[in-house]
Design a protein around this ligand. Structure first.
Ligand code: HEM
Length: 468
């Protein structure tokens, strides 16, 4: 007699195999090679375990996929993600090893849909001398911005005017959206001298929001999908930036002292490269800094003693009628602990994409040439072996200088984020005015999510109360 459960199981298994064949998918077992990290053996071709890996979770937690795989296989495991065999690293030592050996053992390697969206000349995608050239141009712009009293004064006054516009609100403030507006207009002004009230500013912002939605969506190129809308938005932004570059080349007599002037005068980038650097800086500069502002506001709402200490620091820096400057920023010691801790807990960037350029040996592991490698910063930031009570938002842990070496929100090696200090400075100036003008409450449910890019499902609605 057949056991009915065995029969049911056999039927189900047969049905599954049939469906896989019918839909052109096949589950297969990967032959383990020697030295490969342990990992799941079964996967679907092409998608592999990608959907599980990308499933959204609170950004101050590991999420089910990493939790499950790390406990089954250890902190370094193999998988099949974004169409490639992959080594996933949640290990700080391997993370440092990968980023310190950029361009010799490992190289940047983002999936094809990211190339289409960012453009083939994006700094995140190119390597070698072209990467160096584009990066140097960006670095000199970012360094000049940090030390420009005019730009710092603009950051200060624009933050203050936006904050003042919130005083008469009768409904909760959509904070994440407002923060994006703030950081986007700061970048537009700094790069292209476009003022926030210029109609083209809102137009470019709308295009960027469409672009961003597609960047974080499934890459399905079909009319009407977020991804195809994003590709179109990218083309329109590129054309606006190309026009602006052409106009500026003709009008060099009326120099405005912004980034575009700088690039046009240097004359070492062609038009396509100039537009690509502008895109990179606009995109990387506003999306990340607004995320950082939102994380700080989120965590502070739940940490009254840190907020109290922060207010004391900013009370002592209060300047009636005068703008904040670089010296003031350097005095914001506790502010920098708060910002660093928000980056550690909130994980603005969860991981970066790399691939092994040759067979690489690291400790007992061998990573075969051509394999994708994903160092997961989020996992090292929340590792209880590295941080005491890692889920707790505790800015005071940054008084210990060793914390700095264990937290890497800006990446590392030759691709370390060139905008780190600028993003922190804009956040610190904004915070100065925000915490001195408002108390706020947030909806408990609206936690920062890793999707894998940072998002707040409810947009981070704040109930504001003005401090008289
Ligand atoms: C404030 C929070 C920010 C965070 C957490 C952040 C994070 C990162 C990370 C992790 C990378 C490395 C990517 C990789 O290795 O593949 C990166 C690269 C980059 N970031 Fe940022 N970033 C921030 C702000 C900014 C700002 C304000 C700017 C520009 C003004 C900027 C411009 C860039 C650029 C151009 C790159 C590419 C660098 C290269 O490939 O050489 N970032 N960022």
């Amino acid at each position: 007699m057949w056991d009915p459960f065995a029969l049911l199981f056999a039927l189900l298994f047969g049905f599954l195999i049939l469906m896989c064949k019918v839909f052109g998918m096949w589950i297969f077992k990967e032959k383990p090679k020697s030295g490969l990290p342990d990992g799941s053996m079964w996967h679907f071709p092409l998608i592999g375990e990608t959907l599980g890996f990308l499933k959204s979770h609170k950004s101050n937690s590991l999420g089910f996929f990493l939790q499950d795989h790390c406990s089954s296989y250890g902190n370094v495991f193999r998988s099949h993600l974004f169409g490639s065999p992959t080594v996933v690293s949640c290990d700080l030592e391997l993370y440092a090893f990968i980023l310190q050996n950029e361009e010799t053992l490992f190289g940047s390697s983002y999936p094809k849909p990211v190339h289409d969206i960012l453009g083939k000349l994006s700094m995140m995608l190119v390597s070698g001398s072209l990467h160096k050239k584009l990066r140097n141009v960006s670095l000199s712009f970012i360094n000049a911005s940090k030390s420009s009293p005019e730009f710092l004064s603009y950051v200060d006054s624009f933050s203050l005017s936006l904050i003042h516009s919130w005083t008469s609100l009768s409904t909760p403030l959509h904070f994440f959206k407002e923060a994006k507006k703030l950081t986007f207009y700061l970048m537009l002004k700094n790069l292209l001298s476009i003022e926030p009230d210029d109609p083209i500013a809102e137009n470019i912002l709308e295009e960027f929001l469409t672009f961003m939605k597609g960047f974080v969506s499934l890459p399905v190129y079909f009319p009407g999908t977020a991804y195809s809308k994003a590709l179109k938005a990218r083309r329109r932004i590129t054309s606006i930036l190309k026009d602006a570059t052409k106009k500026r080349e003709k009008m060099m007599k009326n120099a405005r002292g912004d980034f575009l002037d700088e690039v046009v005068q240097r004359d070492n980038l062609n038009d396509e490269e100039t537009v690509s650097v502008l895109m990179d800086l606009l995109f990387a500069g506003y999306e990340t800094t607004s995320g950082l502002m939102a994380l700080v506001v989120y965590f502070l709402a739940k940490a009254p003693s840190a907020l109290q200490k922060l207010r004391e620091e900013h009370q002592s820096l209060r300047k009636d009628g005068e703008s904040l400057n670089w010296e003031d920023y350097k005095k914001m010691e506790f502010t920098s602990h708060v910002i660093n801790e928000a980056l550690r807990c909130g994980n603005l960037v969860k991981f970066v994409h790399r691939k092994a350029l040759k067979d690489v040996k690291f400790k007992e592991y061998t990573i075969p040439a051509g394999w994708q490698v994903l160092p997961i910063m989020l996992a090292t930031h929340l590792d209880p072996k590295l941080h005491q009570s890692p889920l707790e938002f505790n800015p005071w842990r940054w008084t210990d200088p060793t914390t700095n070496r264990k937290v890497t929100p800006f990446g590392g090696g030759v691709r370390i984020c060139p905008g780190a200090e600028l993003g922190k400075l804009e956040t610190a100036f904004f915070l100065h005015h925000f915490i001195l003008n408002f108390r706020w409450k947030i909806n408990e449910e609206d936690a920062p999510m890793s999707c894998p890019y940072l998002d707040f499902k409810g947009g981070l609605l704040l109930e504001l109360e003005q401090i008289k």
